[in-house]
Design a protein around this ligand. Structure first.
Ligand code: ADP
Ligand code: ADP
Length: 232
């Protein structure tokens, strides 16, 4: 599903180059639920953004479903992102001048769904995430946790084959956070959706079945959890 081959990401820093990712190779199969952990600044968000086709590597190749993304046009990459990848941003990334309803509808417009189908899918998501009463509000009228729920709902609404989530429960109260994790777990188990999440929480990591630890931009550990250590 996701195959990273010697991915390097660097930025120019004055006369020097700062390396954020150093020759990261990683293969994630369809149906896996992978957690990326590691210290702050290790490159976790950058790696997730590359997987989500929101950022490009400086070197190496990224194969999505066996296809090299390096040889795709920007248009093709955007299309892939919009139709197959549900991305939950750390800082929500909602569109400020659109209501909750319109924020949820946007990915469906990009996907080209008709009016009635959009309406029913948005209604279903509003209901599922208890956001019905908030649908006419704008993001800045919501708490951080509520914005996060909208961000998760927006990622799921296209029924993506891959969900990439950057600290999806970071701003939620613990019960809400567990509900989100259970939702991801169910999508993974029942529908075979591939999930990659970034988190600092060991507890949250146990919802998945594999932990990849990133240190200084390189894979430091790649651990498969067995059924006994995995929670839920
Ligand atoms: P993590 O998610 O593990 O905290 P990040 O991927 O956010 O790590 O960042 C890793 C490093 O890359 C940080 O040191 C950060 O400052 C640097 N970095 C990220 N984006 C840029 C950028 N656009 N320009 C320069 N440095 C960046
Ligand atoms: P652009 O102007 O770059 O084409 P868009 O209007 O497509 O940006 O999207 C605005 C932001 O929302 C972008 O960062 C994009 O990655 C993100 N986005 C678009 N579609 C989705 C989606 N289905 N799930 C999550 N984020 C999305």
């Amino acid at each position: 599903m996701i195959k990273l081959q010697n991915i390097t990401k660097s930025y120019r820093n004055g006369f020097k180059r700062a390396f954020v990712l150093r020759r990261v190779s990683l293969e994630i199969n369809e149906g896996e639920f992978v957690t990326i952990m590691g210290p702050s600044g290790a490159g976790k968000s950058t790696l997730l953004h590359i997987m989500g086709l929101l950022d490009e590597p400086s070197d190496g190749d990224y194969l999505f479903r066996g296809e090299s993304t390096a040889s795709m046009s920007n248009k093709q990459r955007t299309e892939l992102h919009r139709t197959q990848i549900g991305f939950v941003f750390q800082a929500y990334h909602l569109i400020d001048d659109l209501t909750v309803y319109e924020n949820l509808e946007t990915p469906l417009l990009y996907k080209g769904l008709g009016r009635s189908e959009r309406k029913s899918k948005v209604a279903e998501m509003l209901d599922r995430f208890s956001l019905v009463a908030k649908q006419k509000l704008f993001p800045n009228q919501l708490s951080g946790g509520q914005q996060q729920l909208v961000g998760v709902a927006r990622a799921l609404i296209i029924e993506p084959r891959v969900i990439l989530a950057d600290e999806p429960t970071g701003n939620l109260q613990s019960q809400q956070g567990e509900d989100i994790m259970q939702t991801l777990r169910d999508l993974n188990e029942n529908d075979g959706v591939t999930i990659v999440q970034v988190t600092h929480s060991e507890k949250q990591a146990r919802y998945g079945d594999r932990i990849v630890r990133l240190v200084d931009g390189a894979v430091d550990e790649d651990l498969r959890l067995n059924a006994e250590t995995a929670a839920a």
